[in-house]
Ligand binder design. Structure first.
Ligand code: TRP
Length: 450
């Protein structure tokens, strides 16, 4: 028999772990630039709308499946299956989730490696080590390989320590630190010249763009990626949650923390960009759009930090610590998905399973590093635009159509006995049966065929 499963020791521990998963590069890097190039607050509204009407119900589906089955993605969906056909589908969806999240981790580790390199650069700069600094900040295969490996090692160390001593312990330490650093950086940046222009670009809505299909798709994609949906991450965290917890309430808190931190990140990134502009840094690309891709983090912001004089070194340090924390609390939630599957299916020890899977993901990661131009975008798009929404749809189908309504209700009632008469239970079952699948399918068809 497999060893007893892990469980989070407290609601706080779960909240830090789940919001740590949700809050990542997607919030601090992806969201603000997406907003800036899509009509500012118009995008923010659309994103919040998508997050609470579509992503939150999907998050609840994963948490409920996880807590009920107390199993990894494959085992969980199999338990819900009622016939050979749904069992086959369960195997396929669960397994596709595991493969998808492993691939997401393999590109996430590369980008997180950049953050680590830049973090180290702050120390190199303080020590006056110029050549080290140049190496750390120049894009090169060796540097990228080394730092992806270091980042994967950190992820492996946390995951091999288990649910309480690894995930919960580190998320509970790192997430409060992330929030404090984020606030400090916002307060500082808002005092600088140009910051108000950034606030305007972020918060004054251009509603003429709010209903464009492109914007709606980006908002939904952003919400899904940001809540770590569709690949069994939230399912596995839900499976470690105590039956005493009120699921709709903790799910709401996770969604609020995630969107709240994305919103706050916008208050940091956009004002920073306009401060950079005021200091003579170019923040628009050739087509006139705001720089959004890697250029934002490794060119625009560092150029800004440089114009800040000696304070800049510390601001840069704080910023890259923030990015590294955000990355690590997300990457551990990715690695946990395949590791839990291997531990529970093959009765492998956790440490061995973590090393094995971590090693495999690192190899894929290195293949991408050394074939960056042909593989990086491909892997990002295939996983986040193709696979993730489609699998999210199947999770909704399993809860809405395969599992019976009473079973779902009983699971939620364990921690919230009154739920049957709540607004949540009036709306959510309908959402997960009809609204989520149809909306995801509609967006999906747009992405694939247009
Ligand atoms: N949500 C994280 C972010 O915003 C990334 C993340 C963690 C993720 N786990 C995931 C994305 C699972 C997709 C699937 O950066």
């Amino acid at each position: 028999m497999a060893a007893a499963r892990g469980e989070f020791s407290s609601r706080f521990g779960f909240l830090m772990a789940a919001s740590g998963s949700a809050v990542g590069l997607g919030n601090i890097w992806g969201f603000p630039t997406n907003a800036a190039s899509n009509g500012g607050a118009a995008f923010l509204f659309m994103y919040l709308f998508m997050a609470f009407t579509l992503a939150y119900p999907a998050l609840m589906a994963e948490l409920i499946i996880g807590r009920h089955t107390r199993s990894n993605a494959v085992g969980a969906l199999r338990q819900l299956s009622r016939g050979p056909l749904t069992k086959k589908l369960a195997n396929f969806v669960g397994f596709a989730g595991i493969v998808t999240v492993s691939l997401i981790l393999s590109f996430y580790a590369i980008v997180s490696g950049w953050m680590l390199a830049w973090l180290l650069n702050s120390f190199a700069t303080m020590a006056g080590m110029e050549s080290a600094s140049t190496w750390l900040t120049s894009d090169g295969e060796t540097r990228n390989a080394i730092f992806s490996i270091i980042f994967m090692l950190l992820t492996v160390v946390v995951i091999s320590a288990g649910v309480r001593d690894g995930i919960e312990k580190w998320a509970s330490r790192l997430m409060p630190a992330l929030i404090i650093i984020l606030f400090m950086l916002i307060v500082y940046v808002l005092t600088l010249e140009g910051a108000m222009d950034g606030l305007r670009a972020y918060l004054v809505p251009d509603f003429s763009r709010a209903l464009q299909p492109g914007l709606i798709i980006s908002a939904l994609g952003q919400a899904f990626f940001s809540l770590s949906l569709g690949v069994g991450t939230m399912l596995i965290y839900g499976s470690y949650l105590s039956s005493k917890e009120n699921l709709p309430a903790v799910g709401t808190l996770v969604a609020l923390l995630d969107t709240g931190i994305a919103f706050l990140a916008g208050l940091l990134i956009l004002p920073s960009m306009y401060v950079a502009l005021a200091n003579g840094v170019e923040i628009f690309d050739a087509s006139g759009a705001l720089v959004a891709g890697p250029g934002l983090i490794v060119a625009v912001l560092p150029a800004l930090f440089e114009t800040m004089g000696s304070a800049g070194v510390f601001v840069a340090l704080a910023f890259f610590i923030l990015m590294t924390i955000a990355s690590l609390t997300s990457s551990i939630s990715m690695l946990e998905v395949p590791v839990a599957y291997v531990v529970e299916t093959f009765d492998t020890g956790r440490r061995k399973a973590t090393l094995l899977i971590g090693g495999m993901v690192t190899i894929i990661c290195l293949v991408i590093v050394f074939n960056f131009n042909s593989l990086f975008d491909l892997v990002v798009n295939a996983t986040t635009e193709f696979s993730q929404p489609l699998l999210g749809l199947f999770f909704a189908v399993f809860v809405g159509w395969v599992w019976n309504r009473n079973g779902v209700l009983q699971e939620i009632q364990k921690g919230s006995p009154e739920v049957e008469h709540s607004f949540f239970w009036k709306v959510w079952p309908f959402y997960i049966r009809f609204v989520c699948p149809i909306a995801i399918l509609a967006v999906y068809i747009q992405i694939i065929f247009f």
